[in-house]
Design a protein around this ligand. Structure first.
Ligand code: ACO
Length: 372
């Protein structure tokens, strides 16, 4: 029988496997992705470079990146069955539509081929659904564009400025992998059963959707916008946030299971957002977000002393993606597009070295009941 005191609710602090993909140091506030600090990798690498870094364990040569770009471009196809699903789910939440469209992909039986297919397809599905829900026709991918540029193209129908492409690449690389977070763990559990990579990614999308994981940035932006941009609104932050806390709500974009200091990804994305808003010549929203953040941290420390609730990745995700022209319903699908790099890399790693993931549970139900 399992001693109740040995149970780790939520598997907190349990080390379930070795990984060479990323290390999350929650006490130092450091994230290492395949040897590179997130502050070093995210502003400089493209999504394709980060993907190859995770898949192969080393910095890719330019020729390998060009070959991967071509492989992804060849797989960016909106097949009729996926389009039909997206059309039928036009009004559905974007993550439901993304999960369903990803479910139309068939496994080839080859992990790398499946990984290429699903990584290439997620932006196609997410962009098509977003356009369909706005009453617009999906836009054909442009094979000459990289992953981030093509995503912006398919979403907005405008060839993007290189600074915006850089902003999106920085976002996608920042979130590409993060230890054994819930969706990555889900992908590994599915792979560990001998199932295929498409199934692993579909399951991971389901895990990412939840507000305690990838569903937070939309509500985080809503909170900033609720405070409002008018003169004097930073002072309103105190009233808006206090009302939420008094209603028993959590402040979205704050707190983390592992980070007990500031999430390093918040700074990377905050800097990218600041650069983008400065370039566009309007930093009011950025300044307001900083003020809301400072108020939230003060209130959380006062109400939950010693809990060390700090800003997490989602707060500045919201700001950066808003600046890139995405609405708040699109934030989590775009997170999924970035995290698909880590999901697939972890599935490879799990397949190569992992055991079936099958923890135990302590039974607390009744015994010996009779049916007849
Ligand atoms: N606002 C208010 N209170 C909070 C918050 C928050 N954002 N986060 C935690 N708390 C409180 C909890 O109510 C709890 O208080 P209690 O013990 O008095 O009831 C205490 O702090 C500890 O919370 P736990 O739920 O035990 O912390 P856990 O490690 O399970 O949760 C989580 C981490 C889920 C991220 C939590 O901080 C949260 O809900 N944050 C808001 C949602 C969010 O931003 N999610 C994105 C996370 S980042 C990512 O997944 C990519």
């Amino acid at each position: 029988m399992t001693a109740i005191e040995t149970i780790k609710e939520g598997l907190e602090g349990v080390v379930a496997a070795r990984t060479a993909l990323s290390r999350v140091d929650g006490e130092r506030g450091a994230l290492t992705i395949a040897g590179y600090a997130v502050e070093e990798l995210a502003p400089n690498a493209t999504f394709e470079e980060a993907l190859l870094l995770l898949w192969t364990g080393r910095r890719p040569e330019p020729g390998a990146v060009a070959a991967l770009r071509a492989e992804l471009a060849a797989r960016r196809v909106l097949r009729p069955e996926a389009r039909a699903v997206l059309e039928s789910l036009r009004e559905a939440p974007p993550m439901d539509a993304l999960r369903a469209a990803a479910g139309t992909l068939r496994s080839t039986g080859d992990d790398r081929e499946d990984a290429l297919n699903v990584v290439a397809a997620l932006p196609v599905f997410a962009a098509a659904h977003d356009r369909l829900r706005r009453g617009l026709a999906p836009i054909e991918p442009d094979p000459a564009l990289g992953h981030a540029a093509n995503l912006l193209w398919m979403w907005h129908g405008v060839l993007p400025d290189p600074a915006l492409v850089r902003g999106l690449d920085t976002y996608l690389v920042t979130v590409c992998d993060h230890g054994f977070n819930a969706s990555t763990f889900t992908a590994r559990v599915v792979t560990s059963t001998g199932s295929d990579l498409i199934s692993a990614v579909v399951a991971a999308i389901g895990a990412l959707k939840g507000p305690l994981h990838g569903g937070a940035p939309g509500p985080a932006l809503d909170t900033v916008l609720e405070v409002g941009l008018e003169i004097g609104s930073p002072e309103r932050a105190e009233a808006v946030l206090t009302a939420k806390l008094e209603a028993g709500e959590r402040l979205m974009g704050f707190g983390h299971r592992v980070y007990k200091v500031r999430d390093p990804r918040a700074d990377v994305l905050g800097a990218a957002a600041e650069a983008m808003f400065s370039r566009a010549g309007d930093t009011r929203l950025y300044a307001l977000a900083r003020a809301v953040e400072a108020t939230a941290l003060r209130l959380l420390e006062a109400r939950k002393p010693g809990r060390r609730l700090q800003t997490n990745v989602e707060f500045y995700t919201a700001l950066l993606l808003h600046g890139l022209g995405f609405d708040s319903g699109s934030f989590t699908p775009i997170f999924a597009i970035g995290r698909s790099a880590g999901w697939t890399a972890h599935a490879f790693e799990q397949r190569a070295k992992g055991r079936l993931i099958r923890p135990s549970s302590a039974y607390t139900g009744a015994e010996g009941l009779t049916w007849s």
